[in-house]
Design a protein around this ligand. Structure first.
Ligand code: SF4
Length: 218
């Protein structure tokens, strides 16, 4: 089974508790206004890899020392069969290696839609942050981009791990964005507030650093 990936990183510390593997899937048909990840929208067969290869990368990169895995995008549920294969592989790794990492997944689809169309996939997750990004609503809660998005535990592990954060304010750990430089590009990881990326671009420009291509506008 192949899965289209935009990027993967470890450790991610701003999208869920602890040190996490972050997997961003490529392709999103939802296209929320104001999305900061527009580089993930296009379907791109050139970004496909096998789930087995991705699993090997996850194992080698984390060296089994991880607290969780965050799957985002793009829209993970737009690749439902591949997402299912990935979740099966991750869960098998977790049980066979005796690990206790949790699996958190973002989706831009409403919860009711996911429950209707993808109940079997939801049963493989520990926690879910659904609903489209709403540019007109404020950023209020930890790990969520707009006030309509809820954090929903889906398993006993998810309840144990996420219960303390269900109503946690966005600034619980201060404003934190991770930055990674790879392949000549600057990647930001985390949930920026309204205007943060434009402010970063302006500040950089004032220092003579011009962004030629950004993911928050087309
Ligand atoms: S916020 Fe998420 S669901 Fe919405 S367009 Fe961007 S990648 Fe797609």
């Amino acid at each position: 089974m192949k899965i289209a990936i935009n990027k993967a990183h470890f450790p991610v510390t701003v999208l869920g508790p602890g040190r996490r593997l972050g997997l961003w899937l490529q392709g999103c048909s939802i296209r929320c206004r104001g999305c900061v990840s527009q580089d993930t929208w296009a379907r791109d067969p050139g970004r496909e890899m096998t789930v087995a290869r991705l699993l090997t990368w996850c194992k080698q990169t984390s060296e089994n020392a991880l607290d969780g895995i965050t799957i985002s995008g793009g829209e993970p549920f737009d690749q439902a069969p591949a997402l299912g294969a990935l979740l099966d592989a991750l869960r098998h790794w977790r049980s066979s290696a005796g690990l206790d990492f949790d699996i958190l997944c973002y989706s831009g689809y409403p919860l009711a839609t996911l429950q209707k169309r993808h109940a079997k996939l939801l049963a493989k997750l520990d926690a879910l942050i659904p609903e489209p990004y709403a540019e007109g609503l404020p950023l209020t809660h930890l790990w969520r981009g707009s006030a309509n998005q809820k954090l929903i535990p889906l398993s006993p592990l998810g309840v144990a791990r996420y219960q303390p954060y269900l109503d946690a304010p966005a600034a619980m750990f201060g404003k934190r964005i991770q930055v990674q430089v790879a392949d000549g590009r600057l990647w930001s990881i985390g949930i920026p507030d309204r205007g943060d990326m434009a402010a970063l671009e302006k500040l950089a420009g004032e220092r003579g650093l011009l962004f030629s291509d950004v993911s928050w506008r087309q």
